[in-house]
Every structure is written in C-alpha cells, then in structure tokens.
Ligand binder design. Structure first.
Ligand SMILES: Nc1ncnc2c1ncn2[C@@H]1O[C@H](COP(=O)(O)OP(=O)(O)OP(=O)(O)O)[C@@H](O)[C@H]1O
Length: 322
C-alpha cells in the first residue's frame, strides 16, 4: 500500500482526502474534506486548514497528487476564477510534502475511469463491449466548462492524455443552432463547444432560444435553471435541456471520431444528474449522425462514470503514473 494525499481543486470547491493505493494503483479514499476556494487566499492556506482538520488522525503522508481545473505543464499555474497561483518548482515544499504529482482535472477523471469496476460504468448507448486493447476512449463531461480527456489503450495498458477538447469550435447542425451560435458570437466573437455544453451553457441556450420566438423566458441562475429543466417544472427550461443534449451528442460524436472511435465515457456531476433524462433525449441520434460513419457510430459503447468523488479518486489513481 502507498499512502498519499489526494486533492481535487475546482473553480469553486477544493476537496482533499488521504488515499491508499493498492498494488495495482487502485485507490481507497479516506474521509473527504471540502473547502470553498474563495475562502482561502492560496492553496497553501487551504492545505493548512486540511492539515489542521486531519490532526487527530496522525501525521499526513509525505506524497500528494493534485488535480487542478486548468491546463497543467507551465511553471506558474493560475487557477481560473481565483487568486490561487501554483509554482510547480516550489509546490512540494509549499505544502510540506516530498513528492507531488499535478494533473488536469479531467485527466484525473480519465485515470479514475481506467480504474473503475464495470458496475461504475453502466452502458447508456451502443454495443455492450469492453474497452479496446488498442485504441482510444474519449472521456468528456460538462461542469464549469467542458472537460475532455483521452485514454489511449496500448496492448491493454491505459495511457491517459489530457486535452483541451472543450475549446473546439462549436459547429451548428440546424437553423436553431445557427441562431444559438449567432447569439453567442455577439457576446464572445469566438464560440467554443464549452460555451454550450457546460453548466453555464444551458443558460446561454435558454436565453438564445428566448430571442427566437419564445416569449416566456424567466431569467434564472444556473442551479435553478438546471433544476427546473431536469424536474420538468419549466417546459421552456426543459426545451433548452433537450437542445443541450443534442449538442452534447454531436460534440461527443465529433470527439469520438477524432479519438477512435472505440468508446466514450460521460462523466461529472451534471451528467450523473442527467442519467434518467439522457436515454430519452436526442443525444444518441446526434452522436450517430456522422454521414458515412453512422453505422459504425451506432455500435460505439457510450458509458456513464458513476462515482461521487471521481476527481479525488482519479487524482489518487494518477499518482502511480509519474
Ligand atoms: N446546484 C448547483 N450548484 C452549482 N452549480 C450548478 C448547480 N446546478 C447546476 N450547476 C451548474 O453546474 C456547473 C458546475 O458543475 P460541476 O459542479 O460539475 O463543475 P466542476 O467544474 O466540477 O466544479 P467544481 O469542481 O469547482 O465544484 C456550474 O457552473 C453551474 O452552471
């Protein structure tokens, strides 16, 4: 067993837990502690709060694996939407460990997927076949943005590759999506897929639809809108969610084509909340609608990753891959 500290730092929340990795690198998480990023001036300050809260359980492990909701690989990493700045060369000393591994948050999710048992990866669409021995599996999910990662299998061994696939250009497929694109282009000039397939994206779709013939738009914050869309209490919010699923399916199909297409795993909290809705939506029709590849796309297994702490589990699972 290897004991580490796993951390998952998002735009809003920072989560920490002790984790034990077995011989195959599969983590078992201890108590998960959650902090608001906005309540702390820096990662060090938040880490100190976690250390204080863990004091009764003995000394912390001297190794850590941290998932950040931003691109990794630069010397100075700035957490989007917060004042936290991480310096890769001093990070271990700053948080008081000997070894630290940094990964992108969706890279961590992909590591989690590569270690999750089948029961945590139920099939939503396509043929029920295992992940390929050789070839690519696409991991994606809407959250604050649209996270995308790739697992490239090579003789059965999973290699996780971080991507910025959420920043591909949005490609409208019908006149309504052309209107949505035009609405967003007025705001942002360039419209990436994550402007539409993300938590805030549902609100943009809702408002854009409101400009094209619907007059019943009641402005709502994202949590309220998502709730109204999912429980069906607002039919117009529900219509926006149906459009969201069409776009989610199109984008998942494009990414799968670029990566394989051998398999797709949908992940993240919003996707889990859509579990009952997705199978009845237009997601799969749009996923398959790739011209000459339609019959192949129909067979691609599309699974959902079910795990309450997938970012933390994945950060811990990523530790061995250094
Ligand atoms: N009840 C809710 N609370 C917060 N956000 C919600 C809620 N319902 C829908 N959302 C939308 O979901 C987005 C966040 O999704 P999610 O929590 O999966 O993201 P995340 O990137 O994992 O965030 P973090 O790791 O910082 O918690 C928000 O930007 C918001 O648009």
């Amino acid at each position: 067993m290897t004991d580490i500290i796993a951390a998952d730092i998002g735009g809003t929340n920072a989560r920490f837990a002790r984790a034990s990795l077995d011989a195959k690198g599969v983590p078992t998480l201890g108590t998960v502690r959650k902090y608001k990023v906005a309540d702390y001036p820096s990662l060090q300050a938040c880490w100190a709060a976690f250390a204080e809260d863990e004091k009764a359980d003995g000394a912390l492990p001297r190794a850590a694996s941290i998932a950040f909701a931003t691109a990794i690989g630069r010397d100075v990493i700035k957490l989007t939407n917060s004042s936290w700045v991480i310096r890769a060369d001093t990070l271990a000393a700053d948080i008081g460990v000997d070894t630290v591994r940094l990964v992108n948050d969706f890279e961590a999710v992909a590591h989690a997927v590569s270690r999750l048992p089948d029961e945590n990866l139920p099939l939503l669409f396509g043929e029920d076949k295992p992940f390929p021995t050789d070839g690519g599996v696409t991991i994606l999910g809407p959250g604050t943005g649209l996270g995308v990662a790739l697992i490239a299998y090579d003789q059965g061994h999973p290699h996780v590759i971080a991507t910025e696939g959420g920043h591909l250009d949005f490609a409208p497929l019908d006149p309504i999506e052309e209107k949505i694109l035009s609405y967003l282009r007025d705001k942002f000039l360039r419209v990436s897929t994550e402007r539409i397939v993300s938590g805030p994206g549902l609100n943009y779709i809702y408002k854009a639809l409101g400009t094209i013939g619907h007059d019943r738009v009641v402005l709502m914050e994202d949590p309220e809108l998502w709730q109204a869309a999912l429980d069906g209490s607002d039919s117009f919010a529900r219509a926006a969610l149906e459009r969201f699923c069409l776009c989610y399916g199109s984008i998942a199909g494009d990414l799968a084509l670029a990566h394989g297409p051998h398999g797709v795993v949908l992940a993240g909290g919003l996707t889990q909340r859509m579990r009952d809705f997705l199978p009845h939506s237009g997601f799969h029709t749009r996923f398959k609608a790739k011209g000459r590849f339609e019959s192949l796309m129909a067979t691609v297994p599309i699974r959902m990753a079910i795990h309450d702490e997938i970012g933390l589990f994945g950060a811990a699972a990523a530790f061995r891959e250094k």
